[in-house]
Design a protein around this ligand. Structure first.
Ligand SMILES: Cc1cc2nc3c(=O)[nH]c(=O)nc-3n(C[C@H](O)[C@H](O)[C@H](O)COP(=O)(O)OP(=O)(O)OC[C@H]3O[C@@H](n4cnc5c(N)ncnc54)[C@H](O)[C@@H]3O)c2cc1C
Ligand code: FES
Ligand code: FES
Length: 469
């Protein structure tokens, strides 16, 4: 039975775990400030805050309530626009009004919640960080200039650099960005957790595993309301021991993007992962969910294939390891038993940054899935290739590890001719189909260009564009 705090009220409901929060808010609570539009995580109209206690500090994320089943928010604090509304406009609302950031107002509640999350989480009042925070919010009227002006005004008005994480909620109350009841919320949430056990999933067969729910609720929201759901433990962890990095499958994509450990080894990850989903979806979607959904263009699958990662799969007390490159069996088919759970992703990670490249081409640069994506890891020894792993998405029924291309390149001295031959071999390994994202020839050309981009980026002293085209 889902139990959570909604604004400053404790909620316990016997409605189905699979009902999405958006419907609960609008239909059951008449909190209609949270808007329903795309219902696919694309527009941000339905954005609310989801908070949880972490070492006595409340931590908030923006989440798209249209893709968030009630079962996931057990024990969490949900904040809607009604929760932060007071008698007068708060500074965020005021700035949007004064700077022309509102026209019809449909997107405004979601936008206000996204900016509120920026204030709750950002380390400094930097305009570019504020813009990133609203990157998942589409506005159909204002043309965004007014919204940007409002963000600039707010960043000048409030100095987040002077507000420590442990004092942040109190500072926001003082700045009148949050109402005063927020001051007690950590106690209320702790009391709620103590008041009873969370739902224990029943052991009926055919349970559907739910991680972030962002794929499941786009695919079959209505069916899921009546199904038996098994909510995966939301523990996130990224650990490095003896040059082995292990990522808990429940780690969210945004956590991976911002992880200091990952940033240390993948110098571009913070920017590269901005190309994956929108910020609120990255805050909810897990690495495991991205891999198991087996999309041929899954960005995380492509990323980890180029690390030649190994999956850790668990069923009861049984555990097995499986190279990711053997996991995908056919379109949306994976080597996973009914009762098995993906618990971790492991890859070799030396002490130095990896010579790694991730590339993605989509119709729109941001907020779009790939037409073709690819990644490459290459390490040389005396100009010869010591390690090479290359992946490709959008060019077959599954994400691909380019086995023959890698085998051909292994242990060879790098020359432009060698790379050109490798590009030809890569073409023999793929079988793209024509669809809305491009013709067969276009996708073949895209992959060739992405592979050239990897080589030029990773081996700038040995190769140049003129020799490879
Ligand atoms: C608006 C939007 C934009 C997106 N853009 C991109 C994009 O640019 N690039 C991209 O790659 N993806 C994109 N996606 C897809 C997104 O990345 C996936 O929906 C997400 O990663 C799935 O993770 P989840 O935790 O939400 O999975 P869920 O929806 O919870 O689950 C997905 C599937 O995996 C299974 N599953 C989940 N975790 C496990 C586990 N640990 N063990 C066994 N089975 C499991 C579930 O049963 C289900 O079948 C987008 C999605 C949305 C909604
Ligand atoms: S309604 Fe568009 S993201 Fe939820
Ligand atoms: S003001 Fe109309 S959609 Fe943004």
């Amino acid at each position: 039975m889902p139990r959570f705090l909604l604004n400053n009220t404790a909620i316990e409901t016997d409605l189905a775990d699979g009902m999405v929060l958006l419907d609960f808010l609008r239909q059951e609570q008449q909190l209609i400030g949270t808007r329903a539009a795309c219902r696919e995580g694309d527009c941000g109209s339905c954005l609310v805050l989801c908070g949880e206690l972490n070492q006595d500090i409340m931590q908030y994320r923006p989440v798209t309530s249209c893709l968030l089943p009630l079962g996931i928010i057990n024990g969490r604090h949900i904040v809607t626009i009604e929760g932060i509304n007071v008698d007068t406009l708060n500074p965020i609302q005021q700035a949007l009004v004064e700077q022309g950031g509102i026209q019809c107002g449909f997107c405004t509640p979601g936008l206000v919640m996204a900016i509120t999350t920026f204030f709750l989480t950002a380390s400094s009042s930097t305009e570019s960080l504020a813009i990133d925070a609203v990157s998942g919010n589409l506005c159909r009227c204002t043309g965004y200039a007014g919204i940007r002006r409002a963000l600039a005004v707010l960043c000048r008005q409030f100095d987040l650099g002077s507000s420590k994480p442990e004092n942040r909620i109190n500072d926001l109350i003082e700045w009148q960005i949050l109402p005063s009841w927020f001051g007690d919320i950590s106690h209320c949430l702790a009391e709620l957790s103590e008041a009873g056990e969370n739902t224990i999933p029943s052991m009926i067969d055919q349970q559907i595993k739910v991680a972030g729910g962002t794929d499941l609720w786009v695919q079959k929201a209505q069916q899921l309301v009546h199904q038996n759901l098994d909510f995966i433990d939301s523990d996130e962890a990224i650990e490095l021991t003896q040059q082995n990095c292990t990522i808990n499958a429940a780690t969210r994509i945004e956590t991976l993007r911002l992880s200091p450990l990952m940033q240390q080894h993948f110098r571009q990850i913070e920017d590269d992962f901005k190309l994956i989903c929108s910020m609120p979806v990255r805050q909810q979607a897990t690495v495991g969910g991205n891999i198991v959904n087996a999309s041929p263009i899954g960005d995380l699958s492509v990323f980890f294939l180029a690390l030649d990662a190994t999956l850790v799969l668990k069923s009861g007390k049984q555990q097995r390891s499986l190279p990711l490159r053997h996991f995908f069996k056919g379109y949306k088919q994976v080597d996973l038993q009914v009762d098995e759970e993906l618990v971790g992703i492991r890859f070799f990670c030396p002490d130095t940054p990896l010579n790694f490249s991730f590339e993605k081409v989509s119709k729109r640069t941001y907020l779009d899935i790939a037409s073709v994506n690819s990644a490459m890891l290459i390490e040389l020894q005396d100009d010869c290739i010591k390690t090479i792993h290359i992946s490709a998405g959008g060019v077959a029924a599954t994400p691909l590890y380019l086995q023959q291309t890698c085998q051909f390149l292994q242990a060879k001295k790098v020359t432009a001719d060698l790379i050109k031959q490798a590009l030809d071999i890569a073409q023999t390994e793929i079988s793209p189909i024509a669809d809305i994202r491009g013709s067969i020839d276009y996708k073949r050309l895209l992959l060739k260009q992405l592979l050239i981009a990897h080589f030029l980026k990773l081996l700038p002293d040995l190769l140049c564009w003129e020799d490879l085209r």
